[in-house]
Design a protein around this ligand. Sequence first.
Ligand code: ADP
Ligand code: MG
Length: 570
Amino acid sequence: ADDQSQRDLTDGFHLLIDALKLNGVETIYNVPGIPITDLGRYAQAQGLRVLSFRHEQHAGYAAAAAGFLTKKPGVCMTVSAPGFLNGLTALAHATTNCWPMILISGSSEREIVDLQRGDYEEMDQLAIARPHAKAAYRILHAEDIGLGVARAIRAALTGRPGGVYLDVPGALLGQVMDAAEGAQSLIKVVDPNPASVPSPEAIDRAVEVLTQAKKPLIIIGKGAAYAQADDKVRELVETLGFPYLPMSMAKGLLPDTHPQCASAARSLVLKESDCVFLIGARLNWLLSHGQGPGWGEKGGKKFVQIDIEPTEMDSNQQIDAPLIGDIGSVASALLEKMGGDWKQPDESWTGKVREKVQGNIEKMAPRLKNNNSPMDYQGSLGVIKDLIAENPDVVLVNEGANALDQCRSIVDIHKPRKRLDVGTWGIMGVGMGSAVAAAVETGNQVLAVEGDSAFGFCGMEVETICRYNLPVCIVIMNNNGIYRGDGENWGGGSDPSTTVFVKGSRYDMMMEAFGGVGVTVDNPDALRQAVKEAFKSRKPTLINAVIAEGAGKESGNIGNLNPSSVVAQK
Ligand code: ADP
Ligand code: MG
């Protein structure tokens, strides 16, 4: 082809990149390989930030976390079959958590795949993705790329957000078409996050129920954090004057030190409240489905719920006043209806809750100051609590069993969307992907508090963190094992127990292998010093924090979910 005809043509690679850029995508979380290696290179050449990971699952977790943090779809790109399946775990995780994400996977030749003739990485990826995604599309023709990307973006964002799969056969990328026609075929999605305004009747009904409540409680979920209506949510909570419980990733939407925060009196408020107002939180397993002894007398509560998804209502309990809409619009409408003379609940309730909160915080305080070596969870996390209070813009990433449960309850969060964790599935291995996304999307320092087991699912990504020189400090709560490090082989053989690791592992040396800073600490003072140093230098740092082997408990706070055998000999 001569120069003139080259200039007038575009191809699938460039149309896909142009379509993403036209819709404001700036970053791709990627693992290169056939057939998308050049797609990543061209995207980089066209000014996108393309971060390559060592394994697709972590690129996917990064995209999912980016979706939560930015209210725009996080984009992950993978190769066909095995790479696609690795990325699919993250896409399902994003969908489960109601976060917008797009998984773009290269795929093998349709004609061969569909006749099952045995292609390189043969797999009908579209069919496999569909049940795990909010939507799934395949693009077969270059002139449909604009449409496919637009459909993916709108599906990911509109209504309840979720993960969208976009299948890109390798042959599509090489297809050529006229450049001007190609440019015209692209679609810029208009208003992908439309306001969803509740009906006046729904607002009247909700205000009526809230007015009747004597012992009301608010539960704020990560949907409220995602909605980015921070000021409105705060105004609503403070005007209502109810005690509130933040779900783990809603921590910081109002500071955990807020006088209405009832986290330290969780059992009391769940049991004794007579009206629960859910704001972007589901009554799923994380809230015992709104039933059981922890929830007090059966039928003793009214429920009010804000959710963008109509079918979320009554999924576990009767919702007396459903409020369908986006949290910002619903909060505004409620505040308007409540007017200036809202009567806050009686001090006999709020005072009782506050007293319980203060009592429990005082009881905990000395344990957070203990200087044990090796450390326990309280002594080490007491240090992390102080450091986050001093540095409230740090994004805290947290996963593990005890490392998760203890950190969630001990470490206060002071600003919105500053905590990323295992989400709705309680998934292990999200830590490094989340840490990369947090650093890339916010530019802030990141602190990842990781159980040694959780870290094992994603530890190779420390190389990624070093390669992009990200301000990520990882603290491994190293108790030599899963739950605890002191388990024994129930069969008495010479193999270690199924739940223990090499004793005294030096995870810090993994970080040093890639040029980051590695430190081992076995007492709270040294931990404080090492984290401070990491925050100051902003260098990739891994602190191997030695925790007593027997410090944890089986499955952390959710041991009750383990089935138990009645016939076992052991
Ligand atoms: P948590 O685990 O913190 O309780 P969930 O993930 O269970 O939070 O619930 C989040 C809820 O928020 C989901 O039901 C989702 O539909 C809803 N949601 C997400 N974004 C919005 C929004 N902008 N407005 C209203 N509800 C939303
Ligand atoms: Mg452990």
